[in-house]
Design a protein around this ligand. Structure first.
Ligand code: SF4
Length: 292
């Protein structure tokens, strides 16, 4: 790629995001979009990009941060979320595992093969409930191109083809209480996100989660980064291949019920969050396979 100055780079990255939003009709006029704002570079760029997109379309924005309770790690992220939401004049709703579930991730992670299992389940659950309570039409997440490829390969490696339905820049409405997700950075490489944050001196949380090295995702990420260094273009090729293979719309599981305990949407009689809370309360080791 030819060298771009800061303004040209910003133009390139925002145009790509705007085109994706427009091509896939990710946001409609009058909608309330809730941005899942961790304070990391991806969610912060998502917030900035959607704020800028309001210039072209009349819709509302709110941000939600979830503090999982990871000592020495999450607080800085929340501070960055507060800072960016304030800078952009976007209302931020702050939630935490402690307030919502009565425990921090640090208290319960050792019961699982990977801390990412309860972390992902409870974070998604809290985000969905909060966005639903706010009347949001969609939740915008900061998933970038690298995240999407990693998720695809993780599902592929596990033979978990049902998860293929979660790929693509948007997830359809499949239950009235499950707020659909959109991924405005779906085709934005992670290195571009980092470059944007550095070039524009954006306040972001850069630290690595202390539990991330335990996850399958971190191994796949490492493998992809090493491969990309040796064989440039490999990530885009993987993305292109699975775009050609998958038909997102036909794979969506529409058979969701409501959890018999909490009423949240679920594909079985009890949702994952209630299942994990039961395991935690019984103080037993989880036999759930490593999903992250
Ligand atoms: Fe949670 Fe895992 Fe991400 Fe850490 S790496 S914040 S434990 S999902």
């Amino acid at each position: 790629m030819a060298r771009l100055d800061k303004d040209e780079f910003n133009e390139m990255i925002f145009s790509r995001i705007n085109k994706l939003i427009s091509d896939y009709d990710l946001i409609k006029e009058g909608e309330l979009i809730a941005v899942a704002l961790s304070g990391g570079k991806d969610s912060v760029l998502t917030l900035h990009a959607l704020k800028a997109y309001q210039e072209f379309l009349d819709f509302d924005l709110v941000a939600i941060s979830v503090d999982e309770g990871i000592e020495g790690y999450r607080k800085h992220g929340v501070d960055c979320a507060i800072q960016n939401a304030r800078d952009l004049n976007v209302k931020l709703i702050q939630k935490s595992f402690l307030d919502e579930e009565g425990f921090c991730l640090d208290d319960i992670y050792s019961k699982f093969k990977s801390a990412c299992i309860p972390c992902g389940v409870f974070r998604r659950n809290i985000l969905n409930k909060t966005a639903y309570g706010l009347g949001a039409s969609k939740i915008a997440t900061g998933h970038n191109l690298d995240d999407e490829i990693q998720s695809f390969l993780m599902s592929f490696a596990r033979g978990d083809t049902i998860k293929f339905s979660k790929f693509g820049p948007e997830l359809d409405v499949i239950h009235p209480k499950l707020i659909p997700r959109i991924k405005p950075l779906w085709n934005t490489p992670e290195k571009d996100v980092g470059m944007w944050a550095v070039l524009n001196n954006i306040s972001i949380h850069l630290d690595e989660c202390p539990y991330s090295h335990l996850s399958l995702r971190s191994k796949i990420k490492e493998f992809l980064n090493i491969s990309e260094d040796k064989y440039p273009g490999i990530k885009l090729n993987v993305m292109k291949s699975f775009n050609e293979i998958l038909n997102f719309e036909n794979e969506i599981n529409t058979n969701l019920e409501e959890c018999s305990i909490c009423g949240e949407p679920t594909s079985s009689s009890i949702c994952k969050a209630c299942e994990l809370k039961d395991l935690i309360s019984k103080d037993c080791e989880s036999h759930i396979t490593n999903e992250y």
